[in-house]
Design a protein around this ligand. Structure first.
Ligand SMILES: [Zn+2]
Length: 165
């Protein structure tokens, strides 16, 4: 035992999460990303919200891999939380670094530096999502401001969402 991925997670508390997850979940897409795109990510690992989410998932008996990097077209993509058998990749995106619509701010000092940098981060997020979905993965991005329990609910719902064929 120990690996409980195969079991159906408990039912989510409300259908609100189904909507949230349906909106947040990126499904595989047929298109591919240009091979020239830069995939290096500057995301910091083991941020607090990420740690909280991991322990909440663990507490619920869900097993996953952290910082796992599936190889896609020969290049590894770092993912915060991975459910390999479900081909589900979960990212915990920092509100500042990934320009959260609620808390993302664009610094006015040194805007010449920050504006393109933060924009590149967002572009890179899209690229990573597209790269993963093109390879048949589903991608769930949760904001760091999302409480761990709520984020864990979203992950659970994502696990029971039917996989597209
Ligand atoms: Zn936020």
């Amino acid at each position: 035992m120990g690996w409980r991925e195969a079991e159906a997670p408990r039912r989510p508390r409300s259908t609100r999460y189904l909507w949230q997850v349906a909106n947040a979940l990126s499904y595989p897409q047929p298109s591919t990303v240009a091979a020239t795109s830069v995939m290096r990510s500057n995301r910091k690992t083991d941020t607090k919200p990420e740690v909280f989410l991991r322990s909440e998932l663990h507490r619920r008996g869900l097993r996953f891999r952290k910082h796992s990097a599936p190889a896609i077209e020969g290049r590894r993509i770092a993912v915060d939380i991975v459910f390999p058998r479900f081909r589900l990749a979960v990212f915990v995106d920092g509100c500042f670094w990934h320009s959260c619509p609620d808390h993302g701010t664009m610094p006015t000092a040194n805007a010449w530096y920050w504006v393109p940098k933060l924009r590149r981060n967002v572009e890179r997020d899209h690229e990573v999502t597209l790269r993963l979905t093109s390879a048949g993965w589903r991608v769930l991005r949760v904001w760091e401001h999302t409480p761990a329990r709520e984020a864990a609910d979203m992950v659970e719902v994502a696990l029971i969402c039917p996989r597209p064929r």
